[in-house]
Design a protein around this ligand. Structure first.
Ligand SMILES: [Zn+2]
Length: 425
């Protein structure tokens, strides 16, 4: 305790510029502390909420959990102002009101009095781990009970629904919980389990909560969709366009679970699709030959398995076969420097409607019309269906099923045939 106090007093006398410098040079307050084992409950998940930022602002009442980062020295140290955190040389540097209070490998913050911690203006339940081990900047990982996590996921993923939406929210809660738990088995050695983005599930902490969704999380507490006794990798997407995707056609490089082989999105004996009311059910997009060549010059080199040489013109486009789910399996772009094939879901990342940084193509449920002139593609018209990868539960369809009176269990078993729903905790 004495050593820590002296460091703070010394730092208080230093101008801000020097503080920054001392952080980078690893001198003034550096103390070797053991990296604690960050034990967690079985139903806790670790969500990466900030990745490699230059600085993180903590603006709520917090306590630095005892025994973490600063060993016993900072156990119980707390504050209510704005705490700033930066990463430097694999260490977390913390400043409280302009004074550097800690430099350590990892720092665990918990809210004072059962509230929540605000990170860059967003409130999170549970605890926050600050770490610099993910790269040159600083990252924040939310250690949170899975049901509290789901409260901040559901509305961002399926929307702020009104009307008869209880079954849709419950089905989404089951799918999101099972997906998250299925990831825990493969990420034990990483410092987080899930990203808070579309890479896993969009999670916006307390600001993303909505009472009807919270009720569905509580109603389904502990219930998990299982496949062969384990939490199932329950992918889902916005709108399937009338038939969910077979994982083998979309992601031939992923494990082809049998419950993800694609289903017609309609009721027994009916032809109209549950998701027909979605604005994404059918859509069109068009490129001129020049525009297409411009986009492909940027996107193809990263996504094509072959070595892409510089090209000027697209001479033709060959479509691979369609799979049973209606998705196109591959596209081959024949250019003046060679032919380049793109498979599965990667087609969406190559054929961007706007630019290389804009949104990707909505789906691979496509019909192509190629207009050629003078031995080159003059125009490409695409009629498409659905939005998203299409594997697993179709959210637009689930919402319609809910409105038509289907239960959450019926929705889950429609989109993931052969699964069970079990109580897991
Ligand atoms: Zn659908």
């Amino acid at each position: 305790m004495r050593r820590f106090s002296r460091a703070v007093i010394t730092l208080a006398l230093l101008p801000m510029a020097l503080l920054y410098q001392s952080c980078a040079k690893e001198d003034v307050v550096y103390r070797k502390t053991p990296i604690p084992s960050l034990e967690r409950e079985i139903t806790d998940v670790r969500v990466l909420v900030v990745e490699n930022a230059g600085e993180i602002e903590i603006s709520s009442e917090y306590v630095i959990a005892g025994g973490v980062g600063a060993g016993s020295n900072l156990g119980g140290y707390g504050g209510s102002g704005i705490l700033k955190a930066r990463g430097s040389g694999g260490q977390v540097c913390l400043e409280d009101k302009g004074k550097q209070v800690l430099r350590s490998h990892r720092v665990m913050l918990k809210p004072r009095g059962g509230g929540y911690i605000e990170i860059n203006g967003t409130g999170y339940r549970g605890r926050i781990l600050l770490t610099a081990e993910g790269g040159s900047g600083i990252s924040a990982v939310n250690y949170i009970g899975i049901d509290d996590y789901l409260r901040g996921v559901l509305p961002s993923e399926i929307g702020y629904l009104k009307g008869r939406c209880t079954a849709a929210y419950r089905a989404q809660a089951l799918a999101s919980r099972s997906y998250a738990l299925s990831k825990l088995h493969e990420t034990r050695r990483r410092y987080f389990d899930l990203r808070a983005t579309i890479m896993d599930q969009v999670y916006r902490g307390v600001s993303g909560e909505y009472p009807p969704a919270t009720r569905a999380v509580n109603d389904t507490r502990g219930k998990v969709i299982t496949w062969k006794g384990r939490p199932a990798r329950t992918y889902y997407s916005s709108c399937c366009g009338g038939h969910t995707a077979d994982i083998r056609s979309n992601w031939p490089w992923k494990k082809p679970f049998h419950f993800l082989r694609g289903v017609r999105d309609s009721g027994a004996g009916k032809t109209s699709s549950f998701c027909r009311g979605s604005r994404h059910f059918r859509w069109r997009v068009r490129w001129s030959g020049d525009r297409l060549a411009e986009i492909l010059r940027r996107t193809l080199p990263d996504l094509c398995e072959d070595d892409v040489k510089p090209f000027q013109r697209i001479l033709d486009i060959r479509q691979g076969e369609h799979s049973r789910d209606g998705r196109i399996k591959s596209l081959t772009f024949i250019t003046d420097s060679g032919s380049y094939m793109v498979r599965g879901d990667r087609i969406r990342w190559v054929l961007r409607p706007e630019s290389a940084s804009g949104p990707i193509l909505k789906s691979t449920l496509l019909k192509l019309e190629i207009v050629k002139k003078n031995g080159a593609v003059r125009e490409l018209n695409v009629l498409g269906g659905g939005n998203g990868h299409g594997v697993g539960l179709c959210q637009s369809g689930a919402i319609e099923m809910s409105r038509e009176g289907y239960s959450a269990e019926e929705i889950v078993k429609h989109y993931y045939p052969g699964v069970n729903i079990n109580r897991y905790y």
